[in-house]
Design a protein around this ligand. Structure first.
Ligand code: URA
Length: 190
């Protein structure tokens, strides 16, 4: 097992030991920590697990996840090439929006995950994920534009669940997604 994977396992164990959101833990089936290679170049960050994620213990395994997989395929990648996770790591009851205090409770663990993985590009999915790192930016204004912040590069994208059934947003997300290989190449040549 890679050192990075062992470090990620430690963060996962620490969440269970610290129990930062006992209420969410009580109503959820299990912790949904993250999935993918511990040395991935791309990390996708969603909002919180939904029903399927809660049952399977993995992020993005429902309808939004299938759409994510289709877009990855479009740029010749699969889920085995990327790391996926969420800000909030237990399913909020009835899929309600995560509360501000739930997001801030999980932020240090998310930061630690990024610290271990050291991805070239952090892709935030939806406004909750974007605003965790860059609270002053509006997703409708900055989607598809890489942003440098505190030594990392973020690419804000619309959330696949929001875009799934909204024709305009869906196409915008697909177009933004298609920018990923060029952005990565540029980062690699810097
Ligand atoms: N939506 C999210 O934000 N995360 C998931 O893991 C699934 C759906």
């Amino acid at each position: 097992m890679s050192t990075k994977q062992a470090q990620l396992d430690e963060i996962q164990a620490k969440i269970l030991a610290d129990d930062p959101t006992p209420e969410l833990r009580r109503t959820a089936t299990q912790l949904v920590f993250g999935d993918g290679p511990a040395d991935a170049d791309l990390v996708f960050i969603g909002e919180a697990p939904g029903k399927n994620e809660d049952l399977q213990g993995k992020p993005f395994v429902g309808a939004a996840g299938r759409f994510l997989n289709e877009m990855l395929e479009m740029i010749d990648l699969t889920r085995d090439d990327v790391y996926t996770t969420n800000i909030v790591k237990f399913r909020p009851p009835a899929n309600r929006d995560p509360l501000p205090e739930e997001k801030s409770a999980f932020l240090p663990y998310l930061e630690s995950q990024l610290e271990v993985i050291q991805p070239k590009l952090v892709i935030t999915l939806g406004r909750h994920s974007l605003n965790c790192f860059l609270p002053d930016l509006s997703i409708s204004k900055v989607h598809g534009q890489p942003k440098r912040f505190q030594g990392r590069v973020f690419l804000p994208l619309f959330h696949p669940a929001a875009a799934l059934y909204n024709g305009g947003m869906r196409q915008t997300l697909i177009d933004d997604f298609a920018l990923i290989p060029t952005i990565l190449k540029k980062l690699e040549s810097n």
